[in-house]
Design a binder for this molecule. Sequence first.
Ligand SMILES: [Fe+2]
Length: 376
Amino acid sequence: MSWNTFSQLSSPSVKYGLTPDALTQTASSFESVTYPTSLTYNNHVNITGLLPYTTYYYLPQNSNATTPYSFTTARLAGDSTPFTMGVVVDMGTFGVLGLSDHVGSGAANPLRVNEQTTVTAITQKLNDYEFMVHAGDIAYADYWLKEEIGGYLPNTTTQGPLLYEQILNAFYDEVAPITAAKAYMVNPGNHEANCDNGGTTNKTSGQVYTDSICPMGQTNFTGYINHWRMPSTVSGGLGNMWFSYDYGMVHFVHIDTKTDLGNGLVGPDEGDPEHGGPFGAPNQQINWLKNDLASVNKTVTPWIVVFGHRGWYLSSPKNACTNCQTAFEQLFWQYDVDLYINGHAHFYERTAPIYKGVVDPNGLNNPNATLYITNG
Ligand SMILES: [Fe+2]
């Protein structure tokens, strides 16, 4: 359980139970963390010993929530019941600080009348999926300067760090109906890296902005690291960067395609000043991935699905992460990864099962190669 408060909590606590009027159990921690420029404290409590696929009711203490929320725990590994997950990528914030029905100069594709935002759609479809994956590029808080330069937001240059945090908080509020009810599993994307959106130029004034404008707290995935808690401790992964978990018949793996690729390969934006990390030792992620995939018991979880922000089989070559392919594809083949889902390219595309550019002759009839989906 994670929730934010404006002041630090000495011991974040969650009351929970099997009915909304009997929150008889309490879990607590000492984890109420913040970072420079943050407007809030991120409280995290790990609840253990829950029954599988069971609905619980819960109420964070010292928050403004008064009505218990509910969520359903994960299916046991090996549960053969079909299930549906939701997957979004590159979603961003909607509303006054983000995408809306008007745009500034240099931008395009505003919402048209009666068009629904993605977050509205997935909120309305809450009962149609069991958990949500957001494979990177989460809130787009690093768009604050582009929005301002384009005239979408008023001149707030001197308040840039504040605006960045306000966009983050607007996003977290916006997705709260989802995150309060479902596990929301994340990957690091480039828009989590820092505050300058990979470099921003004011085409009118010619002024070029780089990550030198980013204050401490808005570099190197700091907000992302503080806000979320992924199951890396139990899976031997690292923070919110790489980790795995089982759900029903699937072993799910989340990888970091932005930093820490391993084998001397650097992140896909090498030379870009927004490049962050590394977060682990050399080859830590790739060694972990190999061990994680090798330890899958395919009689329990016969399917392996991997999520990463960036992919490599794309009809738009500029979006392809060739270093990611060099780092990961051979392991996918060796350990029979069924499906890889990425975002970043902002269009939908999928491949046949394919390995090193060659389509698997088995097609969808139990191929050894991995099928790739780029989620729009
Ligand atoms: Fe991206």
